[in-house]
Design a protein around this ligand. Structure first.
Ligand code: PBG
Length: 334
């Protein structure tokens, strides 16, 4: 065989499209802009408090005054959506998670402060009992098991409380069956048809929530117990489609897949199967893996974070909840 001639027969040279940064930008298929990034924020009682979360480098808990300042800064930077999580004092936790629907709870005051100062900020808050229960589960226990329907009765009260405080969206993250329909119905019956529901439709029982549980102080309460009777089994894909279709039918406005990076197949399939937006949550453990590897000098934080977020968007997410949101938006602005 004539080697020179056979080389001349390479007609297809995909590398032409990678020849420069300009060329690569010109043909890139995935675009990331600040509207696709949602910042989770942790709120704690007190004043002038900004405390580092031990389990998550670069992540803090803020008292309401500081949280407000942080939210204003984020809004000015270009982050238009935040999702809030409370750190609840142990003395306020109980079997039934009653603080979840207390009138002027920490989260209620936080939402009120932010919505009155920055009305245009899209504010979301979790609907689940884990910050409030003494056992750290997302629901209430009956005979030692998380009881679905008894939990829904409480989630409804929590969702109504959050709606009254002014949230734009409630975000049920508890994985009880039928809670989307139940919450939608009671929001509508109580004059909150304008409040949306972001459903954590496919949320897996994951080891990657560990640093978050430390951030909200539920790790000690849970003390190693598993959430596998309500959060999904990571061996399953079809089940995520079923959960997602149910939540769409029950009235969810947006679906969330969680975790994100290890679940791109789920994200892809769900985003193909439903007709509403699908978001993904790059959870605390995913963030910690990237951030801590960077702190150790093993990875470059910026490029690793960008690759991870763009991959999540490429797989079908319209937006990503990530502890790196502020960093990513700063890079996009440069
Ligand atoms: C609670 C909740 C969890 C997360 C968000 N909402 C933890 C859990 O289900 O145990 C995890 C977020 C993260 O790890 O960043 N319902």
């Amino acid at each position: 065989m004539n080697f020179e001639k056979s080389r001349a027969t390479i007609y297809f040279r995909p590398r032409r499209l990678r020849s420069s940064g300009e060329m690569r930008d010109l043909i890139s298929e995935t675009h990331l802009n600040p509207s696709m990034l949602i910042q989770p924020l942790f709120v704690v009682e007190g004043e002038e408090r900004v405390e580092n979360v031990a389990s998550m480098d670069g992540v803090c808990r803020y008292s309401i005054d500081k949280l407000l300042q942080k939210s204003i800064d984020l809004y000015q930077l270009g982050i238009k959506c935040i999702i809030l999580f409370p750190f609840i004092d142990q003395s306020l936790k109980d079997q039934g998670g009653t603080q979840a629907y207390a009138k002027s709870s920490l989260i209620v005051r936080a939402v009120e402060a932010i919505k009155s100062a920055i009305p245009k900020m899209v504010v979301m808050a979790d609907v689940a009992l884990d910050p409030y229960t003494i056992h750290g589960h997302d629901g209430v226990l009956v005979d030692g098991m998380v009881d679905n329907d008894a939990t829904i009765d409480i989630l409804i009260k929590q969702a109504l409380c959050l709606a009254k405080s002014g949230v734009d969206f409630v975000a049920p993250s508890d994985m009880m069956d039928g809670r989307i329909g139940a919450i939608r119905e009671s929001l509508d019956l109580n004059g909150f048809s304008h409040v949306g529901i972001l459903s954590y439709a496919a949320k897996y029982a994951s080891s990657f929530y560990g640093p978050f549980r430390n951030a909200i102080g539920s790790d000690k309460n849970l003390s190693g117990a598993s959430k596998k009777t309500y959060q999904m089994d990571y061996r399953n894909q079809k089940e995520a489609l079923w959960e997602s279709i149910l939540d769409q039918q029950e009235g969810a406005d947006i679906l969330m897949i969680k975790p994100a990076g290890l679940y791109l197949d789920i994200l892809y399939r769900v985003s193909q199967a439903v007709n509403i937006p699908v978001f993904a949550y790059q959870v605390s453990g995913e963030y910690a893996m990237i951030k801590n590897a960077a702190v150790m000098g093993l990875l470059e934080y910026r490029s690793a974070m960008m690759e991870s977020i763009v991959s999540i968007i490429r797989s079908g997410a319209r937006a990503v909840v990530t502890y790196g949101a502020e960093d990513v938006v700063k890079w996009l602005r440069e």
